[in-house]
Design a protein around this ligand. Sequence first.
Ligand code: PEP
Length: 234
Amino acid sequence: MKFVVGNWKMNGSREILREMIRQIDGLRPENRVVLCVPFTLLGEKSTNIAFGAQDVSSHERGAYTGEVSATMLSEAGAKYVIVGHSERRMYHDETNDIVREKAMRALESGITPIICVGETMDEKRAGKTIDVITSMVRESLPTNVRDDIIIAYEPRWAIGAGITPTADEIAGAHRVIADTLSYMGLDGTPILYGASVNAANVGDIVAIRNVDGVLVGGASLKPEEFIPIIQSVK
Ligand code: PEP
C-alpha cells in the first residue's frame, strides 16, 4: 500500500481541517493517507486519515521553552512526524545529528518518523546529488533500528517551485536511497517522493520504481486538490 502524506506547514485552521476530514472520510482510499498538521490541530479523529506533526523536540522533557516532545505528540494523537524537512534544516540549522536524535525520540514514543533528505540546487549543479543524499540517509537515521521509519526524498530546489525532476532523476535518487537502506539492513523501508506533487503529475511519479508514495505540500491544503491526488495513487 502506498502513502499519500500531506504537509500543511504553517497553514490551515480547525475549520479547514474538519472539512478535509469530512470529505476524505467519505472516500474509500486505496492507500495510507497521513496529514501532518500544525501541533495545535492535532487531536481530531478520522476513519481514513492518520495524523502527524511536522517537527518534534530532540529532548525527552525539561527546560526547553516552546518545544514539544514525542510523548506529547503521541498523547495528542500523532502517529507520524516529519523530521529534517528542508525548511527546518535551512531556517533552524538542523543537522543530520539533530534529525537523528529527533527520529530516535519519535521511535521511542511509537511514532513513525518521516525523515526528509534532498539536495540543493547548488549541490545538484556541482554533481553532488548522490553523495549528499547517501550521507543524509546514513547520518540522519537512528542506528540499530528495525522499527518503522519512512524516508522522503525531497529535492530542495523543487519544493514549492512548481517544477519536478525528470522521471530518470527521481528513479536515480530513489535507487541510491534504496541501495543505502539495503546496505544499512533496512530493506523494505518506504521511500516517498516530495516536491511540487499535484494531481497531474502524481500518477507518473508513483509509477517510478522504488517510489512508495508521495509527500505533498501546497496541494494538500484544499480537498479539491488533495483528493484527486489520493485517488490517483494506487
Ligand atoms: C514539502 O515542502 O514537503 C513539499 C512537498 O512542498 P510542495 O509540495 O509545496 O513542493
